[in-house]
Design a protein around this ligand. Sequence first.
Ligand SMILES: CC(C)(COP(=O)(O)OP(=O)(O)OC[C@H]1O[C@@H](n2cnc3c(N)ncnc32)[C@H](O)[C@@H]1OP(=O)(O)O)[C@@H](O)C(=O)NCCC(=O)NCCS
Length: 159
Amino acid sequence: MTEREEVKIEKLQKLDQSTLERLVEIYMRGYEGMREYGGEGESYAKRYLHWCWGKARDGFFVAKVGDEIAGFIVCDNDWYSKYEGRTVGAIHEFVVDKKFQGKGIGHKLMKKCLEYLSGKDIELWVGEKNERAKRFYEEYGFREVGKHGIWVRMVRRKR
Ligand SMILES: CC(C)(COP(=O)(O)OP(=O)(O)OC[C@H]1O[C@@H](n2cnc3c(N)ncnc32)[C@H](O)[C@@H]1OP(=O)(O)O)[C@@H](O)C(=O)NCCC(=O)NCCS
């Protein structure tokens, strides 16, 4: 990715086979070295991404560098949180391909997500040892509110 290459954030239009395969690749690579948080491999990833698409397709945003998908975020505006006891916003998945990480793409995706979920509390779960992601979320006002096994629950209160 050159300095001048533009990053576009778009709503995913359809989850066809080649897109799904690219998203799985990003997911697998994004979580490299953090296997405990990235699920049980490709078939898990495929099922999970299908579930995300079914549950939250209006908030399924991809970052594109040229024609290549570099990362994605899945934002749900209608998530029943059993921990909050009510419907909130949620981030179900957020990952940038390893080769594109650290270039500001995550910030662009998060900005889009916060626009989409504006006016809502937002819940997410992050691996307890995933310090970089936790710091990233804290910058946006997410706070740790609980823990379940290896997962930490973070919430950003509406403002
Ligand atoms: C969390 C994640 C989505 C952020 O995306 P990103 O495109 O790397 O994020 P950005 O480049 O916009 O910002 C990353 C921040 O980490 C810093 N950083 C430092 N070294 C970095 C590196 N090697 N890679 C990525 N980020 C790095 C960046 O400087 C930036 O800091 P800032 O917030 O002070 O500006 C991405 O790292 C990722 O996919 N991680 C693996 C999957 C994951 O953990 N997802 C969240 C689980 S809930």
